[in-house]
Structure formats: structure tokens, C-alpha cells
Design a protein around this ligand. Structure first.
Ligand code: M6R
Length: 596
């Protein structure tokens, strides 16, 4: 998390970094700050709590150029206040940081340094300053030997006007030279133009001036082909709503990209069927919503491809000591392509020689680069913190992967493949009619928004949907929500059901119908209210007190996950809206979670 941006050029350094920073705001929006050289070559620092917009309003309107750095923060160490906002200074050094300095306490003691802020970052400025004797690169190189943790730094030295120094370890950093000057950014998509950019390798130190970028260490080149930018909210009240409504096209685009002449075909991504040879187990590894996409699709790999699947929370994967072996495929799912926990798990599997495949939305990201084998979701930029269109697209790609694996393993013949594709496409077709449920779901939300706790239940793939329903509701409405496998309710959680407590149930499999309905009855018997989302072919009791049924526009089966997903997204959105929450940027969250 945290975004850093820098620019050195002949004009408008300050306004350039402020507009670059606004494109990085998805990385954190607790506070923001900038440092720039003024016309007297003195460094000015401006910091504000809150959004980049506030910083922009506070900053002077004119600036002659030179060098400027900027930062948008997601607090890890120290509360959200101006004092803890970046840039942070010590002596001759002013810097912005993305990452975590793990040994900041030890360094404070070693240097006998009394910090002004509560951050882990300030000591890095103090350390570099203590090692500085006129050669910035040398001071940074020495400091790197003593810093433990992750970092991307953009650094100004008070006696080096017109120059930015930068370095990185684990945290992302990209550089670009243009006619206007030189840029640095946590994310290349925040650059103002397409074209070639540079990626400093770990511990490389760069000196950036208006005309040149000098590197001490290795730098790789990459190309930004397309500015992956959102074109605004386009009349929608929130990005989340826009992204929910974009799903019919985003999912279709994602799926059709990999359908060639009626077959699932990954040859454009150079993914050979030999990747699936001898696979006995699949491990799907991801965080949050991406992990739920893995959980939803697990069932498909079992039923279609005959492969056992375990879905792992990426942050648990390393600590749990999951074994890396030859006959497993490890699949990593990430919208942002830079989630630190997912990246750490990927690196662990690669170090153990495991077979890897990733499903990524954003191009040019670190997980994409390090994975080798990548399937893409084609959703376009997802701006709202709450992931919506990425989720349905991830499930779509996993569905395709299950079909391809099943074919490669001889579990599906041509007829079977056509039927599986037809059922996937029926699911894709159900997304637009699911969006039409919006008014009905808004009415449910007006009751749910008065609750304190909401329980989500389902079985098998519907339990995975319930997990996503609970996550979405809590992250944007701040209501307490909990997902429970329906059969597990009676083992404890049912004690929390009392008159008026709402539960949301999903039912898209006939196989589980009677047992889910039993759980629904148990809740109703205790005075709870149940909002039941069931496919149109499911036999469910109608007209019961406190049972509200919403028919999903789909037939039972795997494809029903798409319309169920849309329904839970709309439920969360409407609840948060009715509670007046800041839907696109909920408190304490950031779009990319780049700290482990
Ligand atoms: O970018 P990623 O897909 O790796 O992100 C994973 C999670 O951080 C993300 O899905 C998060 O849970 C969303 N905010 C949920 O809406």
C-alpha cells in the first residue's frame, strides 16, 4: 500500500506530481503529502490528512518546475495525522516511502534518534542523513545494508536541487523518461503516457534528473501499451455501481477471449496443456475476494477435471507450511497483481520448484512478471475498493481453466466440452438480468441496513458465495457480517439468531436444496428473517413469514454463481448507500494491499 510519485522536469513539477498522485490514490487515502524545490532551491513540504484532493487544494498553484515527490498513505505505523504523513524529513534528507521498515525500533536506538512522527519511515531518513557526506548514492547504498523490510523510496537531498534519488526492495517502483522530464511511480499505469519504462531491480539505486536516469545496479525495461485508466464514473453515483453494471460486458470479454472455434484455448498466453500433465492436486492461493473466486471455482475442478483442490488464504499459505510438490498446480489469483501476501506465496512455490499459473487483471504487475504462466481477466480498471467485476471475471477464467484441464486430462470429450462451455455462457448471459434485480434488492437492503449483525449461509459453492456476500457487506457498510456453512450453523452460531436478526441464504444446487432449506427453517423457527436467493428452478416454500425469496435469473449449476455474485454485490452496495457510507473508499482499506 501507499503510493509514491515523483517528477523532475522543467515545468510544473508540483502540479505534475499531484495529478500523478491522484492516479495512485487507490493505494491508500489516509493522508497525502508532497515535497518540492522552490525557486530558491529550498525544499517545501506540504502534508494533509485525508484525500489527495485536499492536498491539491492546500498546495500553491504555481511552481516553476524542478523536482517534486509525493505520497498517498495507508497507515501501518502511527495514527492518521499530519505528523505521520509523508514526506518525512531528517537533516538534509526528505523522503517518501512505500513498505515497512521492520527494524525501525532497533535503528532508532542505534542512532540515538528521537523521532517526531510515530512512523517506521522517519528513521530511514535519519539513517541516510547520518551516512551522507555529499554522495547521495553512496549514503543510500550504505543505508540499504542496515534497513530490513520492504521499501520503495523517493528521496530529495536539500543540497541537490533538481534531482530525485530512488531505490526499492520488494515494493514496486517504475521510472519513465519523456520529453517533459523523468517520472517515478509505484505503478506504471499512473504515468502520463504509454511507452517504454524502467523497472529498477531490488536494491538498485537511481539518480533521476530532467534529462537522464542513472542507475547503480540492474534495471529492466518494460512497455506500457495502454493507459489502464478509468474514464470516470460516467454518471454513476459510485465506481462500485459502475463496475457492477459493467459486468455483463467485462465477463463476456474475459470469457470470449479464450474461446476459439468453440474450444477453450490458452495458446495466445502460451499456456501448454503439458502444464496439466500428471496433476493430482490444485492449490488455489489468493486473498479476500480473489480467494473467494478460487473457493467458488474449486468445485468445478473436482467435478469437471477430477482434480482435488484446496483454496488457501495467501497470508496463511506460508505460515501453514503447505508442501510444494511436483504433482500439484499452484494457481494464484489477483486483480491488482501486487498483493503482498499472494506474492510471498508465489515466491515460496517458485523457490520450491512448483508449477505455477496466475490469473491477473492488471497488466505489467509484479505477480504477472514473476509467474510466467498468466491468464488475464479483461475487466479494465477496477477502481472501487470493493471488488466486483474482477470477481465474476476471475470465476469465469477459473471455469475456463477447469474445462481446459478436463479436456487435457481426457475427462471431457468434444461433446462434453461444448456442453460445459454452453453452461458457462448461460451463466454469462444471466448477469444482465441479475442486474435488473436491483430495485428488489434495494428494498431488502432497506431492512438489512437497520441490523447490527447479518449472517450469510450456503453449502458447497454457495458457501463460497456466502463468504463473498459477508465480506462485501462488511467492507463497505461496516455492519458485522459473518459467513457460515449452512450445516455448521447448528454447531454454535445459531445461538446468535433471535427475532429480527437477518440471514442471507444462497441456493443454486438441487443437491443441497433440502439441507439448506432445513437451515432456513431453523433460523425462521427462532424468529430470524431470511433473505433467500435461489435459482429459478429451485423448489422453495413461498409465503412464509420472515422468508423473503429473490429468484436468481439462472438455472441450477456452476453458472449460477455469476448471478448470485451480482445479487450480493447489489445488496452490499444498497445497504452501504442507505447507511450513507463512503462506498468507493471505505475506511481503513486500500485497493492494493502491498504490505504482508
Ligand atoms: O488485488 P487482489 O485481487 O490480489 O486483492 C485481494 C484482496 O485484497 C481484495 O479482493 C479485497 O478483499 C477486496 N477489497 C474485496 O472487495
Amino acid at each position: 500500500m501507499c503510493g509514491i510519485f515523483g517528477f523532475v522536469g522543467k515545468h510544473d513539477a508540483l502540479s505534475t506530481v499531484l495529478s500523478g498522485l491522484s492516479r495512485l490514490e487507490y493505494r491508500g487515502y489516509d493522508s497525502a503529502g508532497t515535497a518540492f524545490f522552490d525557486e530558491n532551491d529550498a525544499i517545501n513540504v506540504i502534508r494533509t490528512t485525508g484525500r489527495v484532493q485536499r492536498l491539491t487544494e492546500t498546495a500553491p498553484k504555481t511552481n516553476a518546475g524542478g523536482a517534486a515527490i509525493a505520497h498517498t498513505r495507508w497507515a501501518t505505523h502511527g495514527s492518521v495525522c499530519e505528523r505521520n504523513a509523508h514526506p518525512l524529513s531528517a537533516g538534509r534528507v526528505v523522503l517518501v516511502h512505500n513498505g515497512i521498515i521492520e527494524n525501525f525500533r532497533e535503528l532508532r536506538e542505534e542512532l540515538h534518534y528521537t523521532p517526531i512522527s510515530e512512523t517506521d519511515t522517519e528513521i530511514a531518513a535519519a539513517l541516510i542523513d547520518s551516512l551522507y557526506d555529499g554522495d547521495p548514492m553512496e549514503a543510500i547504498a550504505k543505508a540499504q545494508k542496515r534497513l530490513h523490510g520492504s521499501y520503495a523510496f523517493a528521496i530529495l537531498f536539500r543540497d541537490k536541487p533538481g534531482v530525485i534519488y530512488a531505490t526499492r526492495c520488494e515494493s514496486p517502483l517504475a521510472l519513465m523518461r519523456t520529453e517533459q522530464g523523468s517520472f517515478l511511480s509505484s505503478d506504471p499505469s499512473a504515468f502520463p503516457a504509454c511507452g517504454e519504462y524502467l523497472v529498477p531491480q531490488e536494491h538498485t539505486i537511481v539518480e533521476i534528473t530532467a534529462d537522464a536516469i542513472h542507475a547503480r545496479g540492474e534495471v529492466k525495461t518494460a512497455v506500457l501499451n495502454k493507459l489502464d485508466r478509468s474514464e470516470g464514473r460516467q454518471g454513476y453515483a459510485h465506481y462500485m455501481l459502475k463496475e457492477i453494471y459493467e459486468q455483463p460486458q467485462a465477463l463476456r470479454r474475459t470469457v470470449e477471449r479464450y474461446l476459439v472455434d468453440g474450444h477453450v484455448d490458452f495458446s495466445q498466453e502460451n499456456i501448454p496443456d503439458t502444464l496439466f500433465d500428471g496433476i493430482r492436486h490444485m492449490h488455489v492461493v489468493a486473498c479476500g475476494t480473489a480467494m473467494h473466486a478460487g473457493l467458488v471455482s474449486s468445485h468445478l475442478f473436482r467435478s469437471l477435471a477430477g482434480v482435488e483442490v484446496t483454496a488457501h488464504i495467501a497470508s496463511e499459505f506460508c505460515d501453514a507450511g503447505v508442501l510444494v510438490d511436483d504433482d500439484s498446480l499452484y494457481v494464484f489469483i489477483s486483480q491488482s497483481g501486487e498483493t503482498a501476501d499472494t506474492l510471498a506465496a508465489l515466491r515460496r512455490v517458485k523457490a520450491g520448484g512448483g508449477r505455477v499459473l496466475s490469473v491477473i487483471n492488471r497488466r505489467g504487475t509484479i505477480i504477472e512478471r514473476e509467474s510466467g504462466n498468466v491468464l488475464h481477466t479483461s475487466c479494465g480498471p477496477e477502481i472501487a475498493v470493493a471488488s466486483t467485476k474482477a470477481f465474476t471475471a476471475q470465476v469465469g477464467v477459473m471455469y475456463l481453466l477447469a474445462i481446459r484441464m478436463a479436456c487435457a486430462r481426457g475427462r471431457l470429450d468434444a461433446q462434453g466440452e461444448s456442453e460445459a462451455i454452453a453452461s458457462l455462457l448461460a451463466g454469462v448471459d444471466s448477469v444482465a438480468p441479475a442486474i435488473a434485480l436491483h430495485p428488489q434488492i434495494a428494498a431488502m437492503a432497506s431492512r438489512i441496513s437497520k441490523a447490527k449483525d447479518v449472517f450469510f449461509i450456503g453449502r458447497a459453492a454457495d458457501y463460497a458465495i456466502a463468504c463473498e456476500g459477508a465480506l462485501k457487506l462488511k467492507e463497505i457498510s461496516y455492519l458485522h457480517a459473518e459467513s457460515i456453512a449452512a450445516g455448521e450453523l447448528k454447531h454454535g452460531t445459531i445461538s446468535l439468531i433471535e427475532p429480527g436478526v437477518p440471514s442471507v441464504a444462497y441456493l443454486t444446487r438441487k443437491q443441497t436444496c433440502s439441507r439448506v432449506l432445513l437451515s432456513v427453517q431453523e433460523i425462521l423457527s427462532r424468529g430470524g428473517t431470511v433473505y433467500l436467493f435461489a435459482t429459478e428452478d429451485m423448489e422453495v416454500p413461498e409465503g412464509l413469514d420472515e422468508l423473503v425469496v429473490c429468484r436468481l435469473p439462472a438455472k441450477e449449476g456452476a453458472g449460477a454463481a455469476f448471478s448470485a455474485a451480482v445479487s450480493l454485490q447489489l445488496l452490499a452496495y444498497e445497504t452501504a448507500k442507505q447507511l450513507g457510507m463512503p462506498i468507493d473508499m471505505p475506511r481503513n482499506l486500500a485497493k492494493s494491499v502491498t504490505v504482508a
